[in-house]
Design a protein around this ligand. Structure first.
Ligand code: GRF
Length: 182
């Protein structure tokens, strides 16, 4: 059985985390969160997932907690991962980004900043990208993308909502195909 660790960030809403837990069940061995007081932590516990609180100042603990899983899925984690996690899980650390990479990625491109930029650029379509994580922001090879139209009356919020629905499906699909074929 292939095991999974999910790392969430300080915004900690947790919709991608929830999609992964619902799809992979007991294979999700740990959800790592930066602190207790996050909606995603409640959500993880309600789904009976094991939660570990690891602060940004404790990179060696993050490495240790993730050393017990085969796959690492970042979901709303906005920092660069300690290099040890990448070297101990070669080709097995994934992230999801709310745009069609390589466009609209990189440092500072998260949350509404991404959708604002897509709208400002007058793009006709957007979507999400599941990609491998490297030591640079949003630069690893893309595994799977899903696309949606950008509508003429879209706001950052309405576009974010449409993209998030795609994300929740794409992350599960991408990880499942990697586990099945890798
Ligand atoms: C998603 O938009 C994802 O693309 C980005 O962070 C957000 C996390 O959302 N990396 P959620 O917490 O999974 O709902």
């Amino acid at each position: 059985m292939q095991t999974i660790g999910i790392v969430i960030g300080g915004k900690g809403r947790g919709s991608n985390m929830e999609a992964l837990i619902r799809a992979f069940g007991d294979c999700v061995r740990v959800v790592v969160a930066p602190h207790e007081n996050l909606p995603a932590v409640d959500r993880a516990r309600a789904l009976c997932a094991h939660v570990e609180i690891v602060q940004a100042t404790e990179p060696e603990r993050l490495v240790e907690v993730l050393s017990h899983v085969d796959w690492v899925c970042l979901a709303g984690y906005l920092r660069l991962l300690p290099l040890e996690v990448l070297t101990s899980h070669p080709g097995r650390v994934l992230n999801i980004h709310p745009a069609l990479l390589p466009k609209f990625g990189g440092k500072g491109m998260y949350g509404h900043h991404v959708h604002d930029a897509v709208l400002a650029a007058g793009e006709e379509e957007s979507g999400c990208s599941v990609h491998f994580v490297t030591e640079h922001y949003d630069e690893g090879a893309v595994i799977l993308q899903k696309r949606c139209a950008v509508l003429s009356d879209d706001t950052s919020e309405s576009l974010a909502e449409r993209v998030l629905a795609l994300e929740n499906v794409a992350y599960v699909e991408a990880l499942r195909s990697l586990i099945d074929h890798g």
